[in-house]
Design a protein around this ligand. Sequence first.
Ligand code: SF4
Length: 287
Amino acid sequence: MKPFDQATAIVCDALATLRDNAGALPRASRESLERLIEAKAAPVTVAPQTPVVENAPQPATPKTSPAPPVPSPSPVSPASGDKAERLEQLRQQLLACQKCTHLVSSRSHVVFGVGNPEAELMFVGEAPGADEDLQGEPFVGKAGQLLTKIIEAMGFARSDVYIANVLKCRPDMPPGESGNRKPRPDEMATCLPYLIQQIEIIQPKCLVALGATAMEGLLGQPVVMRDVRGRWHDFKGTPLMATYHPAYLLRNQSLGEKRKVWEDMLQVLEKLGCPISAKQRGFFLPK
Ligand code: SF4
């Protein structure tokens, strides 16, 4: 089979998998189709053959390396429809994702994200835990309930904002062990393109990273929380605030730590241009 035909077969297989598993027809732009047709019609250039001389010394044969694995298709940017429709197209792609085989075999649900497709504010966590894996929604456990309280104290409903994780499948645990583990950098890097697509569709005015691991997943490098928390960063052109994960506040219930997170949220409200009452400004200050 010619290299072009091999490549075409791989693309067709990937699209067929997408169609069969996602329950939605894959889309391609007119320009892509025209370029595919042009490439198919283009003459194949054949390198001139070197004449073979019997018994001539042969050049050293380069060591063959194993063929690289065929990657799962990267998320295809949903091009049509309003934000809700494009998010749904992306969700259908995500439900069929098999990139991390160890997570595919252990997950109950792919946890896509939840909230308002038109949200100006988007919260980003690290990965689903056991509760989220069972319910298919991010931040539904105790930490999620605290996040909802924070959102409401800011003057929003949970349904006004958008909430998603860097990793969409729950990190697997050793057999017989319960609890949750941190996602690994390589797992987050594999899944990050989906989050980038979500952000590109929603176009929030600002992002809030909840915890060091989410921040590391977004930036692709280790961070020290005390260095990054409470400051504005940039994520592909969108202002990004780093704050503590709500689970940290559940473990450290001091007024001082709550105030730190609240001051981060006050900065977010200012960035969004939201009015802030005197009562809100005074939350978690010592009496
Ligand atoms: S974690 Fe992300 S990339 Fe990995 S299988 Fe789940 S959806 Fe796919």
